[in-house]
Structure formats: structure tokens, C-alpha cells
Design a protein around this ligand. Structure first.
Ligand code: NAG
Ligand code: NAG
Ligand code: NAG
Ligand code: NAG
Length: 295
């Protein structure tokens, strides 16, 4: 290439120097786990945001239990995602980040709790029903499973062996039927340590290997109900929202949340004006809540 005489060599030199933190291998890979009725396609924008902000980042949206298969039982999905995530982690001994949307946030929590020696640094939970779900929107949307049910009737469908084979039933948390939830829900009460089990300590230790937990959600979500479930808040028996720090699972530190917060490693990011299906394609959300953690 012909260069004009006297053109400074400095810009070329700067280009050759590695930018601080900007080298190709400088950013940890980001593994993405989708939500209900979703698949990797929904994350094209987010992948672009990440790679524009941090060029060279490897972004891996996992294609597993896509679309209707996302209704499969949660433990089955956890098993599948765990083995996929494990093989990705094995390729990156310096660690990875996990970015999980909606139902995927619960899949990821369960993967983290049940994977000894994982190397996940930041776990971003993007509008996930972390403390459960109790709302009409999603059951209307799933009319062909819950045809005609109101939210107060769904526990009949969900809290039994057959119901537990549908993902949403595994995190259906009816505040008016606490004892049925504890007895018949085979997923969330175990994950939250609300129902004591022999692996609780091990699961807590595994979960606590993460360096940072980022909780993103907001009041205009429209699907996650109550929306505060994205930050571990949930209804009491009067359907009043009890915030994270007043939840028994927090106070008793049943799965490590309190320890994580005491360590200073829980970051809560509330964003108004975002509908459920827009979280992963909203650049402001990426800028405000995700960018700085994905290094
Ligand atoms: C506890 O872990 C063991 C071994 O990993 C497993 O076989 C068992 O099913 C687990 N228990 C629960 C309640 O998940
Ligand atoms: C948490 O519970 C305490 C004691 O019951 C109460 O005083 C406080 O207002 C609660 N905080 C929130 C934010 O709900
Ligand atoms: C929480 O911890 C307290 C004190 O250890 C205990 O009495 C209580 O039963 C625990 N609650 C639950 C739901 O585990
Ligand atoms: C994007 O997010 C911001 C808050 O971070 C919100 O104000 C705005 O309405 C959102 N836009 C869309 C299209 O969701």
C-alpha cells in the first residue's frame, strides 16, 4: 500500500499495540440460555451488542430445548444444558459468563448449583422468575395447556406428577397453596432450599463459585409476575410483594444468596419501560445492566 510521505507512523503503531483489555482473548466467552418458546435466534441483537462493545468476544447461544421443547420438565432441561455448558467451560479454563433469559435463568441457577467446579464468573439473570411465577398473562398465552384456568386454579393442574412434567409448573408458586407447592413442586422449592434436602450445602457451595450475580428486571415486563421475582421478591399469602431480603430463603441463606450479597457480589438493575420480549434487544438495557460485567 502506498503511503503519503510524511504520514505519521503513530496511528499504525497504535493499531498494532494491544488495546487495554481489548485483545481477542481478553474477554471471557458468553454462554446464552434462552427462555420459554425461544431459541438462539432471539439473541442475534444481543450478540451484536456484546461483540460491538467487546470485540473478539465469543458468544455462544445454546440451541437446546428450543421453542416448544422448552416446555419439557425443568430437571430434564437442566441435565441437557449442564452437559452442553460443561463442554464449553472445558474449552475455556479461564472462565465463562452465563447470560440467561426468563425461564433460562432458572435453568442456569440449577446448572450452577448442581455443577461442582464450574468456572462461571458472572451470571446474568435477565428477567427470570427466580422466586417463581403466579400470573394470568402466561397461562392465557399457554391456553392449550391451562385451557380456561385462572391463576388461582392452576395449582390443580401443576402440583401433581403429571403437571410437574411441564416446565412452567416447575416454578409455578401459588402463594395461597404453600403446602402443596412445597410438597408437590419438584423443582423450585429444592432449588431455593425451601424444602430441605441432603444436597443443600453442596448446592450452595457450587452456586457460590460465581463471582457476580446480576439481576435484571422491571415493572413493565408484563409476563414475570410479580415482576419483582426477577430480583427474588415474591408474593406473601396476601399477594403483597415481599422483597428479597425479607424472604425466608434469603434470611436463612438456604442457597447462598445472603452470602453472595454480603460479599458485595449481587447487582440489581431495575429498568422501567421494557416489555418481556424486549429485554434482549434493548441497547439501553445492555449498556446500563450488562456491558460492564462481561469482561
Ligand atoms: C444429591 O446428589 C446425589 C449425587 O449427586 C444425587 O444422586 C441425589 O439425587 C441428589 N439429591 C437430590 C435431592 O437432588
Ligand atoms: C421487611 O420486614 C421487616 C420486618 O417484618 C419490615 O419492617 C420491613 O418493612 C420489610 N421490608 C420490606 C422492604 O418489605
Ligand atoms: C429458617 O431458620 C430458622 C432458624 O435456623 C429455622 O427455625 C426455620 O425453621 C428456618 N425456616 C425454614 C423455612 O427453613
Ligand atoms: C429500552 O430500555 C429502556 C430502559 O433501559 C426503556 O426506557 C425503553 O423504553 C426500552 N425500549 C424498548 C423499545 O423496550
Amino acid at each position: 500500500m502506498k503511503t503519503r510521505r510524511g504520514s505519521p507512523a503513530l496511528p499504525l503503531l497504535l493499531m498494532l499495540l494491544p488495546l487495554p483489555g481489548g485483545s481477542k482473548s481478553g474477554y471471557k466467552p458468553v454462554i446464552i440460555v434462552h427462555g420459554l418458546f425461544d431459541g438462539p435466534k432471539q439473541f442475534m441483537m444481543l450478540t451484536e451488542f456484546i461483540q460491538k462493545a467487546h470485540s473478539g468476544t465469543k458468544v455462544v447461544p445454546i440451541s437446546l430445548f428450543d421453542n416448544c421443547a422448552s416446555l419439557k420438565p425443568m430437571w430434564k432441561q437442566v441435565q441437557g444444558f449442564r452437559s452442553r455448558i460443561n463442554s464449553i467451560m472445558n474449552m475455556y479454563p479461564d472462565g465463562v459468563h452465563l447470560l440467561c433469559f426468563s425461564q433460562g435463568g432458572l435453568v442456569c441457577r440449577a446448572v450452577l448449583s448442581t455443577t461442582p467446579h464450574h468456572n462461571v464468573h458472572t451470571f446474568i439473570s435477565l428477567s427470570s422468575p427466580l422466586a417463581g411465577q403466579y400470573g394470568d398473562t402466561d397461562i392465557k398465552y399457554l391456553w392449550w395447556i391451562f385451557h380456561g384456568c385462572l391463576k388461582k386454579e392452576v395449582f390443580h393442574v401443576c402440583y401433581n406428577k403429571l403437571g410437574q412434567k411441564v416446565s412452567i409448573c416447575d416454578y409455578w408458586n401459588d402463594p395461597h397453596h404453600r403446602s402443596s407447592y412445597l410438597k408437590s413442586n419438584a423443582f423450585l422449592p429444592l432449588l431455593n432450599g425451601e424444602k430441605p434436602h441432603s444436597n443443600m450445602t453442596a448446592w450452595r457451595d457450587n452456586f457460590l463459585r460465581i463471582k457476580k450475580l446480576v439481576l435484571i428486571g422491571g415493572p413493565d415486563d408484563g409476563v414475570i409476575t410479580p415482576w419483582q421475582s426477577s430480583h427474588f421478591g415474591f408474593y406473601d399469602s396476601n399477594e403483597r410483594v415481599v422483597e428479597m431480603r425479607n424472604q425466608t430463603f434469603y434470611k436463612n441463606d438456604t442457597f447462598g444468596l445472603k452470602t453472595l450479597e454480603a460479599r458485595g457480589d449481587v447487582s440489581v438493575c431495575v429498568q422501567p419501560g421494557v416489555k418481556h420480549t424486549s429485554w434482549h434487544s434493548n441497547f439501553t438495557v445492555f449498556r446500563n445492566c450488562m456491558e460492564k460485567w462481561l469482561t
